[in-house]
Design a protein around this ligand. Sequence first.
Ligand code: NI
Length: 300
Amino acid sequence: MRNPFTQLGFITIALILLLGCSSTGGKYENSDNTAYLDGEGKRRGLFGGRKKKKSAALQNPNINIRVDPSLARSLTYSRVRTDGPFIAMTFDDGPHPVHTPRLLDILKRRNIRATFFVVGTNARRYPQLIRRIIAEGHEIGNHTVNHKYLNRISVEQARAEVLGCEKAIVAACGVKPRILRPPGGHINDRIKVWLKKEFGYSTIMWAVDPEDWKRPGSDVVARRIISETDPGEIVLAHDIHGPTIAAMPRALDGLLANGYRFVTVSQLIAIERRSIATRSGYDDNLLSSSIHFTGQKQVR
Ligand code: NI
């Protein structure tokens, strides 16, 4: 390193690596070349992406689970039986032009894949966000066009609501959704059968509801999610509320620290099938005894 030419060489290589890293993640980040606030309130600059990666201590492992929607046997899911620490975070009612990108940044830092039940009108308005959600490995589900309660409208109206949202999603990203969450959770068995038979949709409910839409504050939302989530469960939240997004770093890190591993809803469904078929069947280390659960479900 005493040779000045060698030193110069190292500096050049370091610079090339640095620039290379900052440009690979830049497809959606800093596309307008301005610094902006990320989901955790830190101002990001040109090399913000690198700094953020370093500071994220907790990471979801890469989980490769083949999804085959035709094998989703149940009409409806709010949780699955699983021997593993798998859970699915779901976010409804977006995409939102400010909050959804912030959430996507938070998820990306932790290598977490989530599921977004989008409203058709928002999907039409922000197709670039639909594409980003898909490009970053998340799943998109149907949440109707106008957020209509399916049990309070005619079959014709319900069909238009379901197909309209599906069309908006497909037009934006080319991926047809296979899961639907009924707005407000309003549904009955007859409609669930109809959704499965006519459209092939599984109805996705939830096991954990932090009631973030009532805006109890980020602390409460984070605490509820951490304390109420059990293995195999689907967690409900909304990516249209700022305090919900602000709660996510703590909620997600808390769950990761407790040993939970995040998958999409369709992956969770695939895990259940495998788990029943083989009783174990994971070829990775996710079931190692080092994983522990400290989260205790509260009865509210
Ligand atoms: Ni909703």
